[in-house]
Write a protein that binds this ligand. Structure first.
Ligand SMILES: C[S@@+](CC[C@H](N)C(=O)[O-])C[C@H]1O[C@@H](n2cnc3c(N)ncnc32)[C@H](O)[C@@H]1O
Length: 266
């Protein structure tokens, strides 16, 4: 099995230590890294005994990816951090939030970024994989699909979240349809969690795969949020089928009850 985990980037490059807490937010520019990061010469990977062709391709992509270099320079554990930088610049998500849930937190790039942008926010994250500690972030090594996971997260946060982020991606098995269904299953579970727990006005962001959000999920989000948009941040690799769905403005629960009563009568 290979992993759909973009966080691998950080695993290979990250210091494992949180460099958070500073005022300046490295990488907080929507521009693709250029010059110092973007213009470096293409590095060739030397062939090594025992390394497969796909490992060589991965290594070459890592060595020549400006976001990987920038993540290393900025002290982020993963290049994924820049996707959230770009989404936040466009949709003002993190800087306004006070209680944040980070689903699929490993290796921790998003959580590091959150701490830098908004150090006062309470942050709770979950992942199947172990994550090195990040100051100010409560992390559970747990399957989000486990029955007790949602309650565990809310209890640890000590409040209803105003931002639920999901960067979860299922391990890929190489069968496109299966991989798609597995990751979309995670997105659906995350969406239901967000709908059940977000405060009024709260926001939900999730990684979805090509084809965007399927009709049922889109209907659910449109029913419960004022706006639902899709975006592919520049840091998301062009070759990757990932997109992000951004649902903002959790509607008041009473209003939704009245809306659905009206539609029942119509
Ligand atoms: C792309 S990575 C997340 C990168 C992260 N946002 C960052 O900035 O470093 C996706 C993560 O989702 C996690 N994941 C997949 N299925 C999960 C599940 N059922 N419960 C919790 N985490 C899961 C994977 O273990 C993986 O670490």
């Amino acid at each position: 099995m290979s992993s759909g985990n973009d966080g691998k980037d950080g695993g290979k490059n990250g210091s494992g230590k949180d460099a958070g807490g500073g005022k300046k937010v490295p990488g907080s520019s929507a521009r693709k890294p250029t010059g110092r990061y973007g213009d470096a010469l293409h590095q060739r990977v030397k062939t090594a005994k025992g390394r497969t062709a796909s490992s060589n391709r991965w290594l070459s992509r890592q060595l020549n990816d400006p976001y990987v270099r920038k993540a290393k320079a900025d002290g982020y554990r993963s290049r994924a951090a820049y996707k959230l930088v770009e989404l936040d610049e466009k949709f003002a998500l993190v800087r306004k939030a006070r209680h944040i849930i980070d689903l699929g937190i490993a290796p921790g790039g998003w959580a590091q970024l959150i701490r830098r942008i908004n150090p006062k926010a309470a942050v709770v994250g979950i992942d199947l994989l172990p994550v090195d500690p990040i100051e100010g972030v409560t992390i559970f090594e747990m399957d989000f699909m486990a029955d007790h996971a949602p309650d565990t997260l809310i209890e640890a946060l000590g409040a209803q979240p105003d931002l639920v982020l999901s960067d979860m991606a299922a391990n890929t098995v190489g069968h496109k349809q299966t991989d798609h269904l597995r990751t979309m299953g995670l997105v659906e579970a995350a969406a239901h969690f967000a709908v059940d727990h977000l405060v009024e006005g709260g926001a939900f962001v999730a990684k979805v795969l090509a084809g965007g959000t399927d009709n049922e999920l889109l209907a659910l989000l449109k029913q419960h949020f004022k706006t639902v948009k899709h975006a592919k941040p520049p840091a998301s690799r062009k070759a990757s089928s990932e997109w992000y769905v951004i649902a903002q403005g959790r509607k008041p629960r009473v209003a939704i009850a009245v809306e659905s009563e009206d539609s029942d009568e119509a």
